[in-house]
Design a protein around this ligand. Structure first.
Ligand SMILES: O=C(O)CCC(=O)C(=O)O
Length: 265
């Protein structure tokens, strides 16, 4: 399986529409990949809080239109990162969109853990509550999570329980905590014996330099590829069968005690 992670730069000075068109070109350039991934809130920037309301879109908005066409024109599975979603009957959400190679929307995941404590996303957006997986036939089952979700291992265990083998994690992670980003990506891979494809933004917006360093980790915790700090496309080939092989050779997941159904004594 070949995956391309588009670590797009989100800088001020480029409009949302300009960046959307640039993202389309970057996706079109990935023909031959099986899966293409964009980061979190790449239209606005994850820290440009005042833009969330202004640039929020319904699920079937401008980004959906552009990304559905880009997926079908390129013939790839496309995790289009997340958008600030405007739900006509509710709050804003930080929502990831996944398209099939035919350009059909196959999943929308509303970020469960909102970042910001008493400001930003934590107060401006609602929380999702559904675990979302996507089956890529004959390839792998994706488990969806977004940025700050990476700090909550119980979400990933929940995704494993519903079949996830490859976690896809778009993010807008700040440079200040880059060491946590790589450490947690490896931890989620090792503890769940799963691939981690973690795609972050580059650039600086709202005064927050972004970490970049998108990373792909295998089920043994080995880093298969890691980007630098600037905009780049990180492409990696891997064998999704390694998940089943690792879980069989080192069956630690079978030794879980807490949070699993077990016979009463
Ligand atoms: O957890 C972190 O350090 C960063 C999280 C974050 O930036 C986000 O979820 O948008």
């Amino acid at each position: 399986m070949r995956a391309s992670l588009i670590q797009i730069a989100v800088d001020e000075g480029e409009s949302v529409e300009e960046r959307r068109q640039r993202a389309v070109s970057l996706v079109l350039a990935q023909a031959g990949a099986d899966l293409v991934v964009l980061p979190e809130l790449w239209t606005t920037g994850a820290f440009a809080y005042e833009q969330f309301g202004r640039e929020a879109e319904p699920i079937e908005g401008a980004t959906y239109e552009a990304m559905a066409k880009a997926a079908s024109d390129t013939g790839v599975w496309l995790h289009a990162g997340s958008i600030p979603e405007r739900d006509p009957e509710g709050p804003l959400y930080n929502t990831s969109l996944v398209f099939s190679p035919a350009g059909d929307l196959v999943a929308a995941y509303r970020k469960i853990h909102r970042f910001g404590f008493d400001k930003g996303e934590a107060v401006l957006m609602g929380a999702g509550d559904d675990l979302v997986t996507v089956r890529m036939p004959s390839t792998t089952t994706l488990g969806l999570a977004t940025c700050y979700d990476l700090r909550f291992p119980e979400l990933f265990r929940g995704l494993v329980d519903v079949g996830a083998e490859t976690f896809v994690i778009p993010a807008g992670w700040p440079e200040r905590r880059r060491s946590h980003w790589t450490l947690l990506a490896q931890a989620r891979a090792v503890e769940n014996q799963a691939f981690v494809l973690a795609c972050a933004t580059a650039g600086t917006h709202a005064g927050v330099p972004q970490a970049g360093h998108s990373i792909v980790v295998d089920p043994w915790g080995e880093v298969l590829a890691e980007a630098g700090a600037d905009e780049e496309v990180l492409t990696v080939e891997f064998d999704p069968g390694k998940v089943a092989a690792t879980r069989e050779q080192f069956p630690a997941l079978k030794d879980r005690v807490l949070g699993v159904e077990r016979p009463r004594r």
